[in-house]
Design a protein around this ligand. Structure first.
Ligand code: OGA
Ligand code: NI
Length: 344
């Protein structure tokens, strides 16, 4: 795999590599011809280019009905409007190490050295029964979801949204594989029991001067394979380009924002970077977003793809086990996971 722009299976001698150009906007990709099979290679090429140059892209014609997204946002608003006690009754720490439930303000800090995140979240994932072998073995991130009491219809609506974005994320993983000159199902056996998180987020309004110490979400890269994000109309998502400038990724109705995360950066040896991003809510009202994180199977080995390394570009990252890697990344950003009682 070249680190230049051709996409063909060639290697560049030292000194021939093109420089990475700082992006100034985020491409919008029509997924229709991928979903209906009309032009899978063309869509995969567009995705490959976006992954190399930006690490982010929007998708439209993605097949998820608008009503499904809107009803999920409505449920997110309903969830966060509950009294604090109702939310803390399902505090995420109670599900450790599954990572399900409510995360109060400032309890996950994505850029912990710099920023306390002004956001509250509700996390869910793949619903697995207690007698599932992986659950019985105590595998982190595996098990039943936790649901709020007293919100009839919440579970059904959010679970239906989860199913729809899980499907979309797996389709996108296939497109990413194709874009790398690999078979569409190349990653299938690394994703067929993928750890996933659907997260509902409320960003409270911020007033007055906003300092780096308190942002909606501090600068970070996502940990897993890829993320599919629905954002409301408030705006505030920013991406950092290679020149160090923060570029806005404004809401575009009917689209999702998709980004490459760290495991794909590792698989591709940095060819598809996991791009830094953050959220600053200057809208003056609450902002809601629904990121869906497709990670990998817990035991998936994530190791530089053979066609992404060469004598000139040896593998930069040592192989990792997806679930173990995730576990460590969560430990860095969730203080509750590092409390002394955790080690007991
Ligand atoms: C995240 C994230 C962006 C948003 O949760 O990892 O980057 O718009 N969210 O909420
Ligand atoms: Ni993110």
């Amino acid at each position: 795999m070249t680190h230049g722009r051709s996409g063909a299976n060639v290697n560049l001698a030292a000194g021939l590599e093109g420089r990475r150009v700082p992006f100034e906007s985020v491409p919008v990709i029509d997924l229709g011809p991928f979903l209906d099979g009309g032009d899978k290679p063309g869509v995969a090429r567009a995705i490959g280019r976006a992954c190399r140059e930006v690490g982010f892209f929007y998708v439209r014609n993605h097949g998820v009905p608008r009503a499904r997204v809107e009803t999920a946002f409505a449920e997110a608003r309903r969830f966060f409007a509950q009294p604090l006690e109702a939310k803390t009754a399902i505090h995420v720490s109670k599900s450790y190490p599954r990572q399900r439930g409510y995360v109060p303000l400032f309890e996950e800090n994505t850029d912990p050295e710099v920023t306390a995140d002004l956001k509250e979240c509700f996390d869910l994932g793949r619903e697995l029964p207690p007698d599932d072998p992986a659950v019985r073995a105590g595998t982190p991130f595996h098990g039943p979801n936790v649901w709020p009491e007293g919100l009839p219809g919440f579970r059904e609506t959010i679970a239906a949204y989860y199913d729809a974005v899980l499907d979309l994320s797996l389709t996108l993983a296939g497109a990413v594989a194709l874009s790398l000159d690999l078979p569409e199902d190349h990653f299938a056996d690394k994703l067929d029991r993928a750890v996933t998180t659907l997260r509902l987020i409320q960003y409270p309004p911020q007033q007055g001067r906003i300092e780096p110490a308190t942002l909606g979400c501090g600068a970070h890269t996502d940990y897993g394979f890829l993320t599919v994000l629905a954002q409301d109309q408030a705006g505030g998502l920013q991406l950092k380009n290679c020149a160090g400038d923060w570029i806005a990724a404004p809401p575009i109705p009917g689209t999702f924002v998709v980004n490459i995360a760290e495991m794909v950066e590792r698989w591709t040896n940095g060819l598809y970077p996991a791009t830094l991003h953050r959220v600053i809510n200057t809208s003056g009202r609450a902002r809601y977003s629904l990121p869906f994180f497709l990670d990998t199977n817990y035991d998936a080995r994530v190791e530089c793809l053979p066609n992404c390394r060469s004598a000139e570009h040896p593998a930069k990252y040592p192989p990792v086990i997806g679930g173990e890697y995730l576990f460590q990344r969560f430990d860095q950003t969730f203080p509750y996971r590092r409390e002394p009682t955790r080690d007991a």
